[in-house]
Every structure is written in C-alpha cells, then in structure tokens.
Design a protein around this ligand. Sequence first.
Ligand SMILES: Nc1ncnc2c1ncn2[C@@H]1O[C@H](COP(=O)(O)OP(=O)(O)OP(=O)(O)O)[C@@H](O)[C@H]1O
Ligand SMILES: [Mg+2]
Length: 355
Amino acid sequence: MFVTQVKLNNFRNYADKVFEFSKGLNVIVGPNATGKTNLLESVYMCGLGTSPRVTRDKDVIKWGEKGAFIHLELQTRFRKHTVDMFIDCKEKKRVAIDGIPITRLAQLIGTLGIVFFSPDELKLVKDAPVERRRFMDVSLSQQSSKYLFALSRYNAVLLRRNKLLKTLSPGEDLKNSLQVWDIQLAEEGARVIKARYAFARELKKFAAQKHVVLSGGRETLSLEYESDVADGDEKLIAEALSQKLFMSYDKDCSLQYTTVGPHKDDIKISLDGIDVRKFGSQGQQRTAALSLKLAEISLFKDNMGEEPVLLLDDVLSELDEDRRKTLLKETSAFQTIITCTEYTEGVEANIIKMN
Ligand SMILES: Nc1ncnc2c1ncn2[C@@H]1O[C@H](COP(=O)(O)OP(=O)(O)OP(=O)(O)O)[C@@H](O)[C@H]1O
Ligand SMILES: [Mg+2]
C-alpha cells in the first residue's frame, strides 16, 4: 500500500499545506527544524492512531490554535482509502475512515500499515523488554484485529488483577477472587503468547536474511521468543499459564503485582550467538534494529499480501555509505518515506523540499 497525499491544517508548524507522495522512494529533504519529522509524524498518526514522539495528542496542534486536522489518502492493492483525523485541544480526537467516523481507535489500526524507524528505535535492541514487546504488539496488531482484541482484553484483566493484589491486606486470602481473573488471563494470555511465538519464528527467518545483506555477510542474526511458558497449541499454553499463575500466587501477593504472563516476556536477539541486547556495539545494535524492521515488512507482506509504508526518520546520516546504498536498494520495492538534511545518494526518488 502507499500514501498518495497528506493535507495538514494547524498541525505542528504547518498552517495549511498539501504534500503529494509517489509509490516508491520519497525523500523529505531540508535544513533542521523545517518540519520533516512533523510530516512523518502525521503519517504515523494516521496509521497507528498516536504520535511516536508525544503522549499527549494536543502537543501536535499548532501553537495558539484550537485544533489540528490531518487528511490522508492512500492506495492499497484493492482500492483507495482516506483517513481524517481531528485533534481537538479540549475533546478526544475524532477519526473517520473513508468519511465514516469510527468509535474506537482500534478500528483504525490496519488501515494504513506503518513500519517506523528513527535513531531512537535503537531502544528496540538496547532497552528493557517492554520495547520489544511493544514492537511485537504494534506489528501483530496491524496484521490481526483478533490479536489486538486479545491483547486489550488481556491488559484489561491484568489491570484488575493487579489492582486487587494492591488492595490486599495482611493475612487476607485472595485465591478465590483471583481465580475468576486467572481463567480469563490464561485464555487471553495464551492467544497473545501463541501469536508472538509464531511472529518470532517467522521474523527470525526474514531478519537473518536482511542482516546478512545489511552487514555484508559479516554477522549472523538470530532471535528467540522468551517466555515462562513453552510454545504449543492455545489450550496447552493456557493450561501452562494457569499453572504458573497458581504457582506464583504467594510471590504475586507479596510483590503486589502479577509476575508471570506475556507482559513479562521478551525476544532474545543474538549476533553470532552473542546477546546483542547487552554486548552489541552501537553500530551492531543499529544494524540489528534495522534488520528487524525490514524483516517486519517482509512478514507483513507475507501475511497481508502487500507491504506497509516504511517511515525512516534521520536514518541515512547514521549509516556508512555501503549500508546506506544497501538500505535504499532493499526498500525500493515498496513505499518508503525518508527524511534527511542532504540527499546525495542519487537513487531516483520523489523529492519533497523543505525550507
Ligand atoms: N505544536 C507545534 N506548533 C508549532 N510549531 C511546532 C510545534 N511542535 C513543533 N514545532 C516546530 O516545528 C519545527 C520543525 O520540527 P521538526 O521536528 O519537524 O524538524 P525537522 O525538519 O525534522 O528538523 P531536524 O532536521 O532537526 O530533525 C520545530 O522547530 C518546532 O519548533
Ligand atoms: Mg527531524
């Protein structure tokens, strides 16, 4: 799929502006502080519903204005779609797909597939497990509304269970009340874990291939989903998770939160057998993160029949010349929108000049 047009009103530094995009490579080029990342951010928001940079929607409203508006047009392999997003300084934001208002943001996810990469995404490889879980969750949610649904229910039940554990008074026995939550937690948790195992397995194949290309064949990347519960069919996973919840009852009560489940899982990423999370150099981590993102695109294509849109913020300047060239070659088959301060690569592109 690809974005054909973005129209911005009172969004960040834009009062009123229209941008046209082409199918392949789009390069947003210009000096610092001219609105390159802001434009990428608007595309990201139409795909994933929230900003990659701020948690408060209203921060994207042009200073001094009451609301921002994004109109985005996209083309999938079947048809055209539009996404309209109104961000109000006082009310919740409103979204319409093809002119029809949606009631829950979850309905937007999957309309415009997005893979986003910025220097900050190094955290995917470097930081705590929460970043890698987010990566899996965002990717899987875009590919399956069933996954998004299971994950939201899991999180809702987990929240209630943790609340209950927090209110526990000394000597109180919560076993019976927790059991009600634990059945649901195990069922929804099993759906999440099973999907993530499959995701990691598929991603591993693609990521290994991408990494060979990006590293010039110098390193072998591998990854593994890490969970307290082994892979299996949904029923088996649910039973195993139930068992773990039961066994960790005393621990959960004393720590006052749920210590087992998919909200504690991780992906182990290794380069030539060494854990890149802990021991990788900056450059190795960057390349590994990029390999994962490119692998995510291939996986998306495999499952959805077409590639998502790749957004690359400030990535070229961080790579050496070989890797830059390889990256642009790897991304030529689908729509990529990149930002940079200078574009000297010479690869044919739709250039969007900022000044
Ligand atoms: N809510 C807002 N209202 C108005 N202007 C804003 C708002 N938020 C950010 N800006 C301005 O937008 C300008 C452009 O920001 P942006 O991050 O898009 O720059 P950029 O072109 O990506 O720069 P760089 O090359 O440094 O990454 C900033 O100078 C900032 O002051
Ligand atoms: Mg920027």
